[in-house]
Ligand binder design. Structure first.
Ligand SMILES: Nc1ncnc2c1ncn2[C@@H]1O[C@H](COP(=O)(O)OP(=O)(O)OP(=O)(O)O)[C@@H](O)[C@H]1O
Ligand SMILES: [Mg+2]
Length: 363
């Protein structure tokens, strides 16, 4: 009878054979194994990921389960998956906002789907269990309240605005503070102070991710934001068509000049699937990926065109909530996971001062 209790060393040795697929180091070396307990043949521990939106969560759990189950004396293995999103230190910057990672969604051109993408990324990350905020920095044309189906903020406290909340996402928008339909005419300094107040005068909870929906173009709002809150990175949304790509290139250049790390390019409205299953390229095809390649930045994915996106936006039910099985929602979910993984890898690299190269989860 070899009924002896497995040792901690043996269990850890087994876990040293399991690598984090992005970081290319094993779970023990990365410090991801927490609360290891061994009682008789029962082994339990937590795997602490760098984002709850990790697309390879299940693979890692299964690999760990397999490795530990094979250790002599082990009868039962219980693994809990948790997450602690790293902070790259940038967002601790100027304003002392409790945000671990701030991600801006921009485009050169208007109407390409920035707000739609920002809203659905935020909701998607929240669905995975992350603490997410959404800041509508489109002072001139705020769309976040409508797209999230929220009309007003909860009552403010003496010194802070309380963010609205929907689908697990905390949010702020100038749309909550002005009468609907009223045009807003701001001068640069007013806009600057509005954006700063969205950061400092709002009682944000500690956030893993703050997603920022920027107005179109490369103007004052972008500048104010980067001066107020150092960003973990920026994402550019484009259509596949040439004029949108030209503007997107300007958006990329703006991020470069403002020293904002570029997380990648998202192509929206890539194609429309017709009732007979064929795909129609309304705005051309492949432009976003080409732009990413030419500019030497990651391509984060393509989102098809589908009327349910517009319907969901108008009725305040983001497509990732309302139609999670649709191709659009799946594309948005995959992009949110990829993005979260990239941000965490970059933050870890920064934190540990080690060059970790993101290899990417896509083929
Ligand atoms: N993949 C999609 N399929 C169908 N409709 C879409 C898709 N993405 C966005 N839309 C619709 O296109 C319109 C513009 O989208 P959105 O408001 O998100 O763009 P934007 O870039 O934020 O615009 P602006 O520059 O005015 O801020 C909206 O009506 C939205 O519902
Ligand atoms: Mg918008």
């Amino acid at each position: 009878m070899t009924n002896k209790q497995p040792t901690e060393e043996a269990v850890l040795a087994a876990l040293r054979t399991v690598d984090d697929p992005d970081l290319h180091k094993d779970l023990v070396t990365l410090g991801m194994i927490k609360d290891l307990k061994i009682q008789g043949g029962d082994v339990s521990f937590k795997i602490e990921l760098t984002t709850p939106a990790c697309p390879l969560k299940d693979t890692m759990k299964n690999d760990a389960l397999k490795a530990v189950s094979a250790v002599e004396g082990v009868e039962n293995v219980h693994i809990e998956m948790t997450a602690n999103v790293p902070n790259d230190g940038r967002t601790r910057g100027l304003l002392n906002v409790p945000v671990r990672n701030a991600i801006a969604v921009a485009s050169g051109k208007g109407g390409v789907g920035k707000s739609t993408v920002a809203v659905n990324l935020a909701v998607s990350l929240a669905q995975s269990g992350a603490r997410v905020g959404l800041m509508d920095a489109d002072i001139y044309g705020p769309n976040v309240p409508t797209m999230m189906g929220v009309e007003k903020l909860p009552p403010a406290t003496a010194d802070k605005l309380i963010p609205a909340e929907a689908y697990g996402v905390q949010m702020i928008s100038i749309g909550f503070l002005v009468k609907p339909g009223q045009p807003l005419i701001w001068r640069g300094p007013m806009l600057h102070s509005a954006i700063r107040q969205f950061l400092t005068d709002v009682a944000w909870d500690e956030l893993d991710y703050l997603i920022i929906d920027l107005p179109p173009g490369t103007g004052d709002a972008q500048l104010s934001l980067t001066q107020s809150l150092p960003l973990s990175g920026g994402v550019i949304v484009t259509l596949p068509q040439q004029v949108s790509l030209d503007d997107a290139r300007r958006g990329l250049e703006m991020f470069r000049q403002l020293n904002v790390p570029i997380l990648g390019v998202i192509e929206n409205m890539s194609y429309l699937e017709l009732p007979d299953g064929t795909k129609m390229d309304i705005f051309g095809s492949g432009g976003g990926e080409r732009l990413a390649q030419e500019s030497g930045v990651p391509f984060l994915g393509a989102i098809p065109m589908d009327p349910i996106v517009r319907e969901g936006g108008d009725s305040g039910k983001p497509v990732v909530v309302d139609q999670p099985e649709s191709a659009v929602a799946k594309a948005l979910k995959a992009i949110s996971e990829d993005l979260a993984a990239r941000v965490s890898v970059a933050a870890l690299a920064q934190e540990n001062k080690i060059p970790i190269h993101f290899v990417g989860l896509k083929k």
